[in-house]
Design a protein around this ligand. Structure first.
Ligand code: BGP
Length: 477
């Protein structure tokens, strides 16, 4: 007997900027992601002011969902997907973000996608902003640092909420909003990078701008959630955060305290605002420590209160350890902290920790008591096509199996888990490195970092495995 809900939302996750390609089709404008070059371990992804300097591949072409959506959705349906996480590319609808009138061609594209999903009874789960801020808003307002962006975002949401009523029910406002608490995250997330031209990992650290931007994103999120709740009662509105499980490096109470501080800043700061509708008591300490002074308007408190989320979603890839001693904090992985000696890591240094997912789910549900969904998780790996023409990705099956077991464990612990959408269910371009070589999918796409590849799709071994998992509602792993 299945432990998971009968209506458990099995599926997979993608984002427009890493998947759609067609970067300049039908009047689409440039987003922050279109201003990033491809990269690799040796030559990291760069942000470039000059759009022409960017490389066309892989990110601007990506894996071309724009022209393959029918084929891809048929593959998702074959696996038995109940839900399909995707994002709407803001610049496909409003090329600079500032137009009054939306582009019909952009709106139509998503109509086609939603209609195709409906054919198979697959529910879309739409991220409204997934690293797709119009670059024009960055040039003009330094991204979300400008309060003006709230109105532009509101107009974008008004437009898509009205257009897609009856087609979309589940919405997430900002992808991994809490990545904006870190300098590197601010590039793609808060967009406070006006004038920045350089490797992603060398983004300037400007906490004042980032935290001001986050404040505006909180307001924007709350305002559109209020709109949805008032005008579209069947809409379910969620947040989306990275959950970076972290452990004290030792049982030294100083490490425990340092870890608590890390957890608050990284994992709770944003979702506390989204779920509780107000800043947490510890926020002031974070601002003081960083020398941040957020400009707020008198109405902001009410705005936040009136736009709380209905469900909590998060991405989960790794965990790390936190030490009170600066020299031990180390460079564990992309989320910071030190490596955990008990865990192994992916080829990109992301430490694999299924138990950390169970822990995360328990912490989240215990804190908020609203339904929770894991909307990203997975193993980025270098897949090889074997001589038999197949991709034997047993390492991926092993990774996912352990994480699904951990989720089932969390449900047994009492967590109300709505669903699971592993990241990049079909190969897409990597967000952090800009490379194609880091693949997550159940479906392999013939596309490579040198721009070659015919974009044909091929099932990996994990495809049949995941299909079974879904059919058995998680009983057969
Ligand atoms: C998250 C992003 C995704 C996705 C994923 C995997 O941070 O929301 O867009 O890309 O991480 O990361 P990467 O592609 O860098 O391996």
């Amino acid at each position: 007997m299945s432990i998971l809900r009968k209506d458990f939302l099995w599926g997979g996750a993608t984002a427009a900027n890493q998947y759609e390609g067609a970067w300049d089709v039908d009047g689409k404008g440039a987003s922050i992601s279109d201003h990033c070059t491809n990269g690799s371990h040796t030559s990291p992804k760069r942000v470039t002011i000059n759009f022409e300097e960017g490389t066309l591949y892989p990110s601007r072409e990506a894996t071309d969902f724009y022209h393959h959506y029918k084929e891809d959705i048929a593959l998702a349906a074959e696996m038995g997907f109940k839900v399909f996480r995707m994002s709407i590319n803001w610049t496909r609808i409003f090329p600079t973000g500032m137009e009054d009138k939306p582009l019909e061609a952009g709106l139509k594209f998503y109509d086609n996608v939603f209609d195709e999903l409906k054919k198979y009874n697959i529910e879309p789960l739409v991220t409204i902003s997934h690293y797709e801020m119009p670059y024009a808003l960055i040039e003009k307002y330094n991204g979300w640092e400008g309060r003006e962006c709230i109105n532009y975002f509101y107009h974008y949401c008004e437009t898509i909420f009205e257009r897609y009523k009856g087609k979309v029910k589940y919405w997430l406002t900002f992808n991994e909003i809490n990545s904006g608490t870190q300098a590197i995250g601010s590039v793609l997330s808060t967009g406070t990078v006006k004038g920045f031209d350089g490797p992603l990992y060398e983004a300037p650290d400007k906490p004042q701008e980032r935290y001001q931007a986050l404040h505006h994103q909180f307001l924007a999120s709350a305002r559109v959630i209020k709109l949805a709740h008032e005008k579209y009662p069947d809409y379910k509105m969620g947040n989306m955060c990275i959950f970076a499980t972290s452990y004290p490096m030792t049982c030294n109470p100083e490490d425990v305290l340092a870890n608590q501080e890390f957890m608050r800043k990284m994992n709770w700061y944003c979702s506390d605002v989204h779920v509780r509708g107000k800043y947490p008591s510890y926020a002031k300490k974070i601002w003081d420590k960083l020398g941040v002074n957020i400009k707020m308007e008198p109405e902001d408190e009410d705005i936040l209160k009136e736009g709380k989320v209905d469900f909590y979603t998060f991405s989960y890839y790794m965990s790390s350890c936190i030490s009170a001693q600066a020299d031990k904090s180390g460079d564990g992985n992309i989320i910071g902290g030190a490596p955990n000696p008990y865990l192994e890591a992916s080829d990109w240094g992301w430490q694999i920790d299924p138990t950390g997912l169970r822990y995360a789910l328990n912490e989240i549900y215990d804190r908020y008591e609203i339904p929770v969904m894991v909307v990203e998780n997975g193993l980025g790996a270098r897949d090889e096509i074997s001589e038999d023409g197949k991709i034997h990705d047993s390492y991926r099956i092993d990774y996912l199996k352990k994480h699904i077991k951990a989720m089932i464990g969390a449900v047994q612990d009492g967590v109300d888990l709505m669903g699971y959408t592993p990241w990049g269910w079909i190969d897409v371009v990597s967000a952090s490195t800009g490379e194609m070589a880091k693949r997550y999918g159940f479906v392999y796409v013939d596309k490579y970092d040198d721009g070659t590849g015919d974009l044909s799709r091929r099932k990996k071994d994990s495809f049949e495995w995941y299909k079974k998992v879904i059919a058995s509602n998680g009983d057969e792993l």
